[in-house]
Design a protein around this ligand. Structure first.
Ligand code: ADP
Ligand code: ASP
Ligand code: MG
Length: 466
């Protein structure tokens, strides 16, 4: 039995027209595959409305969640009416969706009263978008005569209890998927499963992190031993860079899993960075395709892509970062400063995206999200108190307005001088490079530039990939 698992993102379920397109793709794919499973995101904008309403409620403002609830009711009801018309099924699904929005309002009311949004409440609220869209899409399929059943991933995707970035537990998920999802596939129906969400072993709802529905697609594909996982989005595939930044960006027909991981990690929003791993581990082909241009083959991710003669295949960027520097002449030759530094950073819970140390050992620089910069500096000042008092360290400071731009390509390994090419492309545009780093995978070179140069730096390096 061949099985295709397809994941559809926010824009792909963002309107009645998009969902109609999704249903056509499912009908079509069922002609080639014995079994088809679908994983969906929330309708575009819905997760933002859920989280935005909850955060405002926690801050004392109850108007946004009420307004968002009204917008979500309208959005789902309109799409449902257009896709499925009037029927008993439609009425039942609409009632369930409205019930979920009632839950949203109830939860936000509690958050407002308490003045606190706990991580657990955050995930309970954020999970509602996918619960609504899965029901909507399954109903649209049934209205087109395709047997379909919506399934909340909380019923079978088992995760850790790290709310907002929960880690799936594969063994448990596999066992439950066999019981909950496989029978639906075996009776010839299409299960429409929620992306982004899961539940702990004791049944508490969790989420996998923003953009996490891609990851769900891979987890579910792996749990069901799919023969292919296809991620349907709003562009033709993985491109040489974000097409919103460079008009001449082109689709890459093939890319290696490693290149994709680096690109996603360094900011290419087209795929959640964790998506690749479950597929690699089980050798499942992964494809990125366009819901709105289904004839296009998209991008196929493979173990090893053929050398296409280019060292730089694609470029990505991460914005809203700060660069923290620990500086001091007394650091020279003093062992353990780096260990103490990163110990303090870890205690502050900051995610370090890139590290660079000058050979003189007079400074250590690293890049963290802007939102965690001040907490990081405070943690360092505390952790390195003695070194500061002794003047081994002179200064700890954060520079705001930082962007990391990363050039990715497996061909970098064999070719000397790629870093020089990258730097030349930047200097020819008059862009100042603050720091540079190469990962151990040797298939990515990252440069740190000021925020004002970020887009220009992407375009400059992108010329190497064209
Ligand atoms: P979805 O809702 O389907 O998950 P996303 O908005 O999360 O879609 O991701 C798709 C978007 O990613 C594209 O519309 C594009 O603007 C952006 N993007 C960023 N980098 C790339 C890239 N290298 N290739 C393709 N798209 C990219
Ligand atoms: N709906 C979630 C989000 O907006 C997950 C996803 O779309 O991948 O982050
Ligand atoms: Mg996405």
């Amino acid at each position: 039995m061949s099985l295709l698992v397809m994941k559809f993102g926010g824009t792909s379920v963002g309107s009645a027209a998009a969902i109609a397109q999704l249903v056509s793709i499912a009908v079509d794919q069922r002609k080639t595959w014995d079994q088809v499973g679908v994983v969906v995101s929330a309708m575009s904008g819905v997760t933002d409305m859920l989280i935005g309403g909850a955060k405002a409620a926690a801050a004392g403002d109850d108007a946004p969640y009420q307004a968002n609830a009204a917008k979500m009711r309208q959005k789902h009801a309109e799409a449902l009416a257009e896709l499925a018309g009037e029927s008993e099924d439609t009425r039942a699904v609409l009632a369930t969706i409205n019930g979920l929005i009632d839950d949203f309002e109830l939860l936000c009311r509690s958050v407002h009263v308490l003045g606190d949004l706990t991580p657990r409440a955050h995930d309970a609220i954020a999970s509602l978008g996918e619960r609504m869209s899965a029901r909507l899409v399954a109903c649209a399929m049934r209205a087109r005569g395709l047997d379909s059943e919506s399934i909340d991933a909380t019923e079978f995707v088992v995760t850790s209890d790290e709310f907002s970035s929960a880690v799936p537990l594969h063994v448990q998920t596999r066992a439950l998927a066999a019981v909950r999802v496989r029978p639906v596939l075996e009776r010839g129906a299409v299960p429409v499963m929620t992306g982004y969400i899961g539940a702990t072993e004791s049944g508490v709802t969790t989420t996998l992190g923003r953009g996490g529905s891609d990851y769900s697609g891979a987890i579910i594909g792996s749990a069901l031993d799919a023969d292919e996982v296809a991620i349907y989005t709003d562009v033709d595939g993985v491109m040489t860079t974000d097409p919103r930044l460079a008009k001449n960006a082109r689709v890459l027909p093939v890319l290696s899993f490693l290149e994709m991981s680096e690109l996603a990690y360094f900011g290419a929003k087209v795929l959640h960075p964790r998506t690749v791993r479950p597929c690699v581990e089980r050798g499942i082909p992964l494809r990125i395709r366009n819901t709105f241009n289904p004839e296009h083959e998209g991008t196929l991710l493979v173990q090893q892509a053929e050398d296409d003669g280019r060292a730089v295949r694609a470029v990505a960027a991460i914005k809203d970062l700060s660069m923290v520097t620990v500086e001091g002449r007394g650091m020279i030759g003093v062992p353990g400063v780096a260990a103490k530094t990163f110990g303090s950073v870890a205690a502050a819970g900051a995610n370090v995206l890139m590290i660079s140390q000058a050979s003189s050992e007079q400074s250590i620089c690293f890049v963290v999200p802007a939102a965690s910069a001040s907490a990081t500096v405070a943690a360092l000042e505390d952790g390195l108190r003695h070194e500061l008092e002794r003047r081994d360290i002179d200064r700890i400071w954060a520079r705001e307005g930082i962007v990391i731009v990363t050039a990715v390509g497996a061909g970098m390994r064999e070719r000397p001088g790629v870093a020089a090419q990258v730097l030349t492309s930047l200097s020819s545009q008059g862009i100042n490079v603050i720091a540079i780093a190469q990962g151990s995978s040797e298939c990515a070179i990252s440069v740190v530039v000021g925020a004002q140069d970020g887009d220009a730096a992407v375009r400059a390096i992108h010329e190497l990939a064209i």
